[in-house]
Design a binder for this molecule. Structure first.
Ligand code: CTP
Ligand code: MG
Length: 230
């Protein structure tokens, strides 16, 4: 059984909108509804745990759950103040029969079934995977006072995306390890890395962008418009 934890409990502070970015409309529906629709329609996904801000429960019910009637959402879980805590709460709600858990940012509405498929296959083969893409630009590692420390070789640098997918025992162990060692990660792969286990990168997509700032919404609208024309 494959379970998906979809994260929507952030504040969306960098979007500078009045509403959590998850509920902003992209083309024909809220961002989080695009994301949920892809997971709902993917045959490899058996259940969806949706993690939300408890203060937004009514918005979520009215604008998402009542309108789209997703059948695979088994639990609505309250998130925490940090992403990692939100994932942890989601992990506690996963069905006991789950073997593979996918963790996905609700703010990546352009995810596809193909990417989900690669993550599931990858997690079965390697235990821990992240979707990602090779970097296109040259990266500079900086000092705090903004001098260039060094330039990593471009072919060694990838951008991490979600979904990230794990065997359930590995991700549970990684979260417990992080709590014991006070590690706070910006993604879940990082927690597995801290534990000393390997994470494999599977092919994501440049279109699988995270809606973080207003110009990301413009890019996502353009990609969706283009996809519908072809
Ligand atoms: N997230 C979450 N719980 C948190 C923080 C983040 O569930 N405490 C989720 C967000 O809702 C988002 C994903 O994690 O889908 C990636 O986080 P990010 O893009 O940083 O979203 P926000 O934290 O909402 O945005 P910001 O950092 O600008 O406030
Ligand atoms: Mg954030």
């Amino acid at each position: 059984m494959n379970s998906a934890i979809i994260l929507a409990a952030g504040k969306g502070a960098r979007m500078k909108a009045e509403l959590n970015k998850q509920y902003l409309v992209l083309k024909d529906k809220p961002i989080i509804a695009h994301t949920l629709t892809v997971f709902e329609n993917c045959s490899l996904i058996d259940e969806i745990i949706l993690v939300i801000n408890p203060e937004e429960k009514e918005i979520c019910k009215k604008r998402i759950l009542e309108r789209f009637k997703y059948k695979k959402i088994t639990q609505l879980v309250s998130g925490g103040s940090e992403r990692q805590e939100s994932v942890h709460n989601g992990l506690n709600a996963v069905d006991q029969r789950a073997e593979i858990v996918l963790i996905h940012d609700g703010a990546r509405p352009l995810v596809t079934s193909k990417i989900i498929e690669r993550c599931v296959q990858g997690a079965k083969a390697y235990g821990a995977v992240s979707a990602g893409v090779p970097i296109k630009e040259t990266i500079k590692i900086m000092t705090k006072d903004r001098f260039v420390q060094y330039t990593p070789k471009r072919e060694d640098v990838w951008i991490t995306q979600t979904p990230q997918a794990f065997r359930i025992d590995i991700i549970r162990e990684a979260h417990d390890f992080a709590i014991r060692h006070e590690v706070l990660g910006t993604d879940d792969a990082m927690l597995v890395e801290h534990m000393g286990a390997k994470v494999k990168m599977v092919e994501g997509d440049y279109e699988n962008l995270k809606i973080t700032t207003p110009e990301d919404l413009i890019a996502a609208e353009a990609i969706l418009g283009y996809k519908r024309r072809i």
